[in-house]
Design a protein around this ligand. Structure first.
Ligand code: PXP
Length: 263
């Protein structure tokens, strides 16, 4: 079986830092800890609104990372120039809307064909391989190949939402998710369909010569069915890892402060 690359997305460490605008938690410390504990790649997203990762983070992370850096970005021309200058190991083109909480769907490779084509060319000129973050459909795989991408990242958000709704005894409280409204048997059918779309898209992408990643909403409960898809060679995971680390690290953090404040 092919080795699976784990891309650890550390954007949420920067979210916490930006809440205070101080260098705590330090994004480079997150990079070193991820690197020392099994991450195969670091993933960051330089958003147009700079809500988490800043331009200086991109420079510092690329400069200091021993791991490949996968830089997510939109097709905005100013952002593309920054990415071309910074030369990450790979760029992943993602859709971006100012009001969204996170990346909500895959790139519209049909509606924005020219713009995506331009972005791929610009990044290729800078010798940066390109992945497209797309919904898992055969048509999107074909289009991504036609546009010249080396790789696709399959959006697993719908799968993750359906999984969470079906296993509602697991910690999950996103009541904005529209799948909540479906009855249980409908959720089961939809989850099965969603997983099978991911499998078929992954197989097809691999067959036509694309590398295949997957990501969004993957967590400690839902990741195993995605890991089992052989055609997928990389996963990018952020929220669940940073969320888990709050609790796995909180005990030590409180105990150490108690020690320092005891006299
Ligand atoms: N892959 C891409 C392309 C993304 O945009 C994101 C979210 O920033 C992720 C993976 C990671 O998603 P999550 O934080 O839900 O694990």
């Amino acid at each position: 079986m092919q080795k699976l690359t784990l891309g650890v997305n550390i954007d949420h460490v920067a979210v916490l830092r930006e809440a205070r605008r101080v260098n705590d938690p330090d994004i480079l410390e997150a990079l070193f800890v991820a690197c020392a504990n099994g991450a195969d790649q670091i993933t960051i997203h330089l958003r147009e609104d700079r809500r988490h990762i800043q331009d200086s983070d991109v420079t510092n992370i690329i400069r200091h990372s021993k791991l490949p850096v996968n830089l997510e970005c939109s097709i905005n021309k100013e952002i593309l120039e920054i990415v071309a200058y910074e030369r990450p190991h790979r760029a992943t083109l993602v859709p971006e809307k100012r009001q969204e909480v996170t990346t909500e769907g895959g790139l519209d490779v049909f509606g924005y064909e020219d713009e995506i084509g331009y972005a791929i060319e610009r990044l290729h000129d800078a010798l940066i391989p390109v992945s497209l973050f797309v919904d898992p459909s055969i048509e999107a795989m074909e289009k991504s190949k036609e546009l010249g991408a080396e790789m696709v990242e399959l959006h697993t958000g719908l799968y993750a939402n359906l999984f969470a709704m079906l296993h509602s005894n697991l910690p999950y409280s996103n009541h904005s998710v529209k799948e909540l409204e479906f009855p249980r048997n409908e959720l089961e059918v939809r989850l099965e369909k969603s997983l099978s779309e991911i499998k078929m898209a992954a197989l097809h992408a691999k067959k036509i010569g694309l590398e295949v990643a997957a990501g969004h909403g993957l967590n400690y409960h839902n990741v195993s069915d995605i890991v089992a898809i052989d055609a997928i060679s990389e996963l990018n995971i952020g929220q669940s890892i940073v969320a888990r680390s709050v609790f796995s690290g909180l005990a030590d953090a409180v105990a150490e402060m108690k020690r320092l404040t005891t006299r």
